[in-house]
Structure formats: C-alpha cells, structure tokens
Ligand binder design. Structure first.
Ligand SMILES: C[S@@+](CC[C@H](N)C(=O)[O-])C[C@H]1O[C@@H](n2cnc3c(N)ncnc32)[C@H](O)[C@@H]1O
Length: 320
C-alpha cells in the first residue's frame, strides 16, 4: 500500500462502500455487535420525545431530522413511544433520517443519503455520535512547526501538511502544543455543522457526542497523544491502524468549534451538558415503571454510568 494521509486511511476504513466499518449491511451498534450507545435505548427515545415535544409542539409543521441515523433505532423507538403516548403529535411530526447507507424502512420516515438534501425545517436537527465518526487529519507538533501523520506499511510516518486548509485550522484552533504532541484536525466537522444549522429555520440543533470544549481538549499535557482510539467487541484499543474496516476509529469532538460555527449561523447557544444531566431533566415525565421496560442494555448505565457522564450534548437554537 503506498503512503496514505491518515485522514484518507480513516475514510477508507470507515466508508469504503460495501466493506467500510459503517458501510456494511449490518450496522455495528448493538449488543451482539461492537458497541452500544444510549441512542438505541427505548428510554432515551421516550425521554427525548417528551422533552422535544415540549419544545416543538407549538410549531405549525414540526419536523425532526436524525443525521447519521445508523440503524435507525432512535427514530423507530421514538415512533413506538409516540404511537402510545401522543399519536396526535406523531401524526403532525415529519421525520427524516440521513445516512450514507439505508438500513431501515418505515412509512413515517423519509430517508436521505445526504444532509444537503434536507429541506429547511422547523423543529429539531438531531445527531448522535455523528461528528466523532468523521475522518480527521492527524497533526504533530515538531520543533517550531507542524507535521502531518501518514500511514505507510501499517505504521505512522510524519510528512508535510497535505491540505492548504490545515494552516488556517492550526492558526484558528492549534494549541501551543509541546513538541511531539499529536492532535486530530477534522476539516469536515464545522462545514457539516454549519450545513445542519442552515437547515434549521426554527427550533433546536441537538448534537450528542463524545468530546470536550477546546479549553479541555487543548489543555497542555492532558492529551499528549491526541484522543484517537479504536473500538471493537465493546472494548477500546489504541491501534487504530490494524484491521481497517473491522473496527471503529473515533476521537473526541471539539465542541467549541461546533458551537462557534452554530453561532456564526445565527444560532443561540443554550448550553452543553452531559447526557445524564439532559436525561435527568427530560425523563421527569416518564412513568416510574419506565426503568423496567424491555431493556436491551442497562438503563442505569445510560442515565448514571460512564455513557451518561461521558457523552455530551450541545444545545443550540433558533427562534423567529
Ligand atoms: C457512530 S455511528 C452513529 C449512528 C447512530 N446515530 C447511533 O447513535 O447509533 C455514525 C453514523 O454516521 C453516519 N455518517 C457519517 N458521516 C455522515 C454524513 N456526512 N452524513 C450522514 N451520515 C453520516 C455513518 O454512516 C454512521 O452510521
């Protein structure tokens, strides 16, 4: 294999049609697959459904778009909840799912392969672990300058910056890293977030992901090797280069970059908090027996454990 920019390696590993980690017919998110996440739990859909309804019920034509919908469980669980809890609201709600591969079908959901094709909506543009799955460049600070990491014969090698935009990225976001420190630079994140913001005529842009504010992400010495990691069989790993297509590759999202991009698009920042904190508020209207609902994986971990603490949600909104 010739020398390849790490960004291209990650893109090939995750998104090669047919064989990429996220392009295979079976989505890897499940108990039997590689990882579980809160968006797949019926309680998440129920709590968020109640919370969202309060925020968007007043719109004439409320809509919800799930971008990076994966196996669709969030939307399918939401539909199942609203069918029982508030069929009238469900009937008024237009649902969109966006992903590169269509893995589910439901008469209430319009599926799109590209977020560009979303119409302008009033309601909510939602994503869950979309941004931590976008291919990133890997940069290292060396001496007085910056190098980019490439992949050659299954190992990292340093080389010059491959993309003119990286110089601008470093000027805007590059921390004063110590020599040898590494950092992920995703050039796709802000434009995609900006696109989602531009699709929101009125309502909420809700972004759930693993990540930090820039002040944490770039705190000197906190992440000297960056945050890049692999994930498979419900376990973290550090060897992101092994078994391309057979394991997830992910990293911590820079929420400050997303927040600033949203504000540039006229959104108001309502806050950023842990998934636990949002669910504690959103789940208040659920009946007490909800915790005993058919449990595909432990709800308590979702609400109070590692997933609930580590996953963050950025809430931005647009009013008239
Ligand atoms: C980590 S998975 C999360 C799936 C789902 N949201 C969940 O919570 O289980 C990321 C998903 O985003 C999709 N994706 C990546 N880039 C995308 C893009 N530019 N537009 C739409 N979907 C994208 C991938 O195909 C994958 O299904």
């Amino acid at each position: 294999m010739p020398r390849e920019i790490f960004r291209d390696f990650m893109s090939r590993a995750l998104y090669t049609p047919g064989t990429g980690y996220y392009m295979r017919p079976e989505h890897p998110a499940s108990m039997a697959g590689d990882y579980i996440t809160a968006s797949q739990h019926p309680l998440f859909a129920a709590a968020l459904g109640l919370w969202l309804r309060e925020r968007i019920n007043g719109f004439a034509h409320p809509a919800l778009a799930d971008v990076g919908a994966g196996n669709g469980l969030f939307l399918l669980n939401l539909i199942a909840f609203l069918e029982k809890d508030d069929p009238a609201f469900l009937d008024r709600l237009t649902l969109y799912a966006v992903d590169k591969v269509r893995r589910f079908d439901h008469p209430r959901i319009s599926f799109l392969e590209n977020a560009e094709d979303l119409p302008a909506i009033e309601g909510c543009v939602f994503s869950f672990e979309l941004f931590d799955a976008l291919p990133c460049h890997l940069l290292a600070s060396e001496g007085n300058g910056w190098e980019e990491l490439y992949v050659e014969d299954g190992a990292f090698v340093a080389g010059p910056l491959s993309d003119d935009r990286l110089a601008g990225w470093i000027a805007a976001r590059g921390p004063a890293l110590r020599e040898g420190h590494k950092i992920e630079a995703c050039l796709e994140a802000a434009p995609l977030y900006g696109l989602l913001a531009s699709k929101l005529r009125r309502g909420l842009l809700l972004t759930f992901d693993y990540g930090f504010q820039a002040s944490v992400l770039r705190r000197p010495g906190l992440f000297p090797n960056g945050t890049l990691m692999s994930y498979s069989g419900h376990r973290f790993g550090r060897d992101v280069l092994q078994n391309p297509g057979g394991q997830d590759i992910t990293y911590a999202v820079d929420f400050t970059a997303l927040r600033e991009e949203g504000e540039r698009h006229g959104l108001r920042t309502e806050g950023m908090r842990s998934l636990s904190a949002l669910l504690a508020e959103a789940g208040r209207g659920l009946p007490p027996e909800a915790m005993a609902w058919n449990d595909p994986f432990p709800a308590r971990d979702l609400f109070f454990g590692a997933i609930g603490q580590d996953l963050k949600v950025l809430v931005q909104s647009r009013s008239d």
